[in-house]
Design a protein around this ligand. Structure first.
Ligand code: FES
Length: 290
């Protein structure tokens, strides 16, 4: 990813490395969304989704069981592990339960997984609250997760998140009144080369119809277009919005897609401005002289 960083992203990274201020301030160009107070107010969505709060539909009395079809899948998953290590299936089984239950895990689902795997309930709670892909509260039909890790942040993920938040009228960790969208955030989703990106999970069609799609190289306007298309029941282009894969033809810069001929200095096409690594050849020569 760093090889592809360009323009504004590159300047921000240099600024942060050079000690121009805390890393958070390197992203702030005066926009309210980047201020320290805004960061503090914008609660990490995982704090919202991963904490258990007793509710009428989420307590010790609530019931959950896998469907017969999903028990078949669960048993197939469990068969991949030695019988004395079947607890290793806890993550895929929680994932299965979440897909079956419309995108979140009530206490009853955690307890069911514990029973199926013969493991203490508390061990399942620990896993479900540690891994951020598990939701402990209801989410909308589309769980829109904006990647907030450094490469995506440097390429404009905060602007993308703010654009979606303003457009849908919800904050991070909230769901639209029509139950269609929940805005969340996620750490690196392994797609840094096409930063910034979002993932959208659709939990409305059970395990068979579950989808988890990536939309990459996003400008704020692209993010809004994708959300609107989903709302209309259309299928936005998957992957990069501007290239076929990750070929070096451009980058999102200051909220716009820019071809490489106009990007200016990059760590790929331009001469890096340093600080440089020490001259290793000279070091070797010095060593040889001794
Ligand atoms: S930082 Fe966003 S995908 Fe890696």
């Amino acid at each position: 990813m760093l090889g592809r960083l360009s323009g504004a992203g590159l300047r921000r990274l240099r600024s942060a490395i050079a000690g121009a201020g805390p890393v958070a301030s390197a992203f702030g160009s005066g926009g309210k969304a980047f201020g320290t107070s805004a960061l503090a107010a914008s609660t990490n969505s995982h704090d919202v989704f991963n904490t258990h709060r007793d509710a009428p539909d989420n307590n010790r009395e609530t019931e959950f069981d896998f469907t017969p079809a999903n028990y078949k899948i669960a048993n197939e998953i469990i068969s991949r592990y030695p019988p004395n290590y079947k607890q290793s299936a806890v993550i895929p089984l929680l994932d299965l339960a979440q897909q079956q239950y419309g995108g979140w895990l009530p206490l009853a689902a955690l307890n069911r997984v514990a029973a199926v795997l013969d493991m203490p309930e508390i061990r399942v709670y620990e896993v479900a609250t540690f891994y951020t892909m598990f939701n402990r509260s209801k989410v909308g039909r589309y769980h829109v997760m904006v990647c907030g890790t450094t490469p995506c942040m440097l390429q404009g993920s905060r602007e993308v998140s703010k654009a979606i938040s303003d457009h849908l009228g919800i904050g991070v960790g909230s769901t639209t009144k029509d139950g269609l969208f929940t805005l969340g955030e996620m750490e690196c989703m392994g797609c840094c080369v096409n930063a910034p990106m979002i993932a959208v999970a659709d939990y409305s069609n059970g395990v068979e119809g579950f989808s988890y799609n990536y939309y990459e190289d996003l400008t704020p306007a692209d993010a809004i277009r994708i959300v609107d298309m989903l709302k209309r029941g259309e299928k936005p282009k998957l992957g990069s919005q501007y290239r076929s894969k990750a070929e070096p033809v451009g980058a999102v810069q200051s909220g716009k897609w820019v071809g490489y001929e106009s990007v200016g200095e990059t760590t790929l096409a331009g001469k890096p401005s340093g600080p440089y690594c020490r001259d290793l050849d000279a070091v070797v020569l010095e060593e040889a002289k001794k």
